[in-house]
Ligand binder design. Structure first.
Ligand SMILES: Cc1cc2nc3c(=O)[nH]c(=O)nc-3n(C[C@H](O)[C@H](O)[C@H](O)COP(=O)(O)OP(=O)(O)OC[C@H]3O[C@@H](n4cnc5c(N)ncnc54)[C@H](O)[C@@H]3O)c2cc1C
Length: 408
């Protein structure tokens, strides 16, 4: 039996505490907030989307992508489901997205905290860990009021997203003080600030689009779904899915451009748009270009897109030159926006970057740099798509890290 201290009682810390206690270790969580799992309460708009049926590895991202398939294995995914089943969590599954049946995030948070307590995990709240040292007898962990000793430590302090919930990146400096490096943490799953003459005019409009990200004119990824056009740029789940790539690209000095198709159901390129408009024009004679598009897109958006082609909505389709048709087509199906920045960590749901996977043993989540130090959760350089993937990574890494010393 070892004395295990877990720094951070969030999603991954709670799971690793439960597993470590089941292995009969003496387990203590040090948590800076006055409750454990505060962030869990905010997840999934208060409903906690804690898992997803689609566990394709493409939903997880890291600067060391090659390591991902060694952490997120089919067996570990199964273990997550078994773990929650054994805790009595019944899922409500909507299109593969898992929520607790109660539709309340507190069901997950409370179940984890109560299970940890029931097993005898000790928790010290309102305790900010400021220093870790290692000597021959083990780890010395300093907080403002007290010093703790441990044989093994699990660092589960999360990343930097949404700092008011307890994450200010302190975990990175604790890891650095023990010899680890840190891949620059950047916001992910966050809104994008763009250039654009029409941001004020289109603010508040929602549209179902296909949206492509290009870095230095090279295609990176395409998403489809609803976006929200705002006075600073764009938001919505499919935009947020691209934001991790954007943040990293901007940090590397790349040009980040979004290419939006506002009519994906009707035309996938300029030529198809022109054909579509030819057909509409034949069907609906005596209408101007604005009227031809009226029932298809938001009225205000049609106005903005026609204006961005430097045309008047009152003009008729057959009065346009070939060049004007092509310009109009590009505004509707290849609308380009340069991204200036992502929104800050305050608005981000997760962090990209963190402790490199190359410094961790994938079998145990133990540090390769220093003995008896383990990592779990968002502090590691792994971030997932929207849809339950970030919590799934927290659960998986927590389950593995919690088996501290199993292979020692
Ligand atoms: C608004 C929002 C909605 C989200 N929705 C979803 C969702 O629906 N599905 C999904 O999969 N993911 C979602 N996420 C992401 C998910 O919540 C996180 O990826 C996950 O909680 C990370 O778990 P973790 O254990 O690494 O960190 P956390 O859960 O953040 O826990 C870290 C803990 O460490 C504590 N801590 C930090 N530093 C110290 C210190 N020095 N001393 C002591 N304690 C410390 C913190 O107070 C915190 O309690 C959402 C995130 C946000 C912000």
């Amino acid at each position: 039996m070892a004395r295990v201290i877990i720094i951070g009682g969030g999603a991954s810390g709670l799971v690793s505490a439960i597993i470590a206690r089941k292995k009969n270790h003496d387990v203590l969580i040090l948590e800076r907030n006055s409750i454990c799992g505060k962030k869990i309460l905010s997840t999934g708009n208060g409903r906690c989307n804690y898992f997803n049926d689609d566990q394709n590895i493409k939903h997880y991202h890291s600067c060391d992508e090659d390591f991902l398939s060694r952490i997120i294995t089919d067996q570990r995914i199964e273990e997550v489901l078994t773990f929650f089943h054994q805790l009595g969590i019944i899922p409500k599954i909507k299109e593969g997205y898992y929520y607790p049946y109660s539709n309340q995030a507190i069901s997950i948070q409370n179940t984890l905290v109560e299970e940890a307590k029931r097993l005898g995990v000790q928790i010290v709240y309102d305790t900010f860990v400021s220093l870790i040292k290692k000597d021959l007898s083990g780890y010395i962990i300093e907080t403002v009021n007290e010093t703790f000793q441990a044989d093994r430590v699990i660092l589960a302090t999360g990343g930097m997203a949404n700092p008011k919930l307890g994450n200010d990146g302190k975990g990175y400096s604790l890891a650095e003080s023990l010899g680890h490096t840190v891949i620059k943490p950047l916001p992910a799953l966050v809104q994008l600030n763009t250039t654009g003459r029409f941001l004020k005019e289109w603010s508040g409009i929602r549209a179902d689009v296909k949206i492509k990200l290009c870095q230095d004119d090279q295609f990176v990824q395409e998403e489809s779904g609803e976006i929200l056009l705002t006075n600073y740029g764009v938001s919505g789940i499919c935009v947020m899915q691209l934001s991790g790539f954007v943040a990293r690209g901007l940090d590397e000095g790349k040009r980040e451009q979004l290419v939006i198709n506002f009519l994906p159901q009707f035309a996938s390129n300029r030529q198809e748009f022109i054909q579509f408009m030819d057909d509409r024009n034949q069907l609906l004679s005596n209408r101007n270009i604005s009227q031809l598009l009226d029932s298809i897109l938001n009225y205000k958006l049609v106005h903005v897109l026609i204006k961005s082609a430097s045309l008047a909505g009152s003009i008729r389709w057959d009065q346009l030159t070939i060049r004007e048709k092509s310009i109009l087509a590009s505004c509707f199906v290849e609308f380009r926006l340069d991204v200036i920045s992502t929104n800050s960590f305050q608005k981000a749901q997760v962090t990209s970057g963190g402790i490199p996977l190359s410094e961790i043993d994938m079998e145990t989540m133990e540090s390769k740099i220093v003995d008896d130090l383990y990592f779990a959760g968002e502090i590691l350089d792994v971030n997932g798509d929207c849809g339950g993937y970030n919590l799934t990574f927290a659960w998986i890494s927590g389950l593995v890290a919690g088996r501290v010393g199993e292979n020692a």
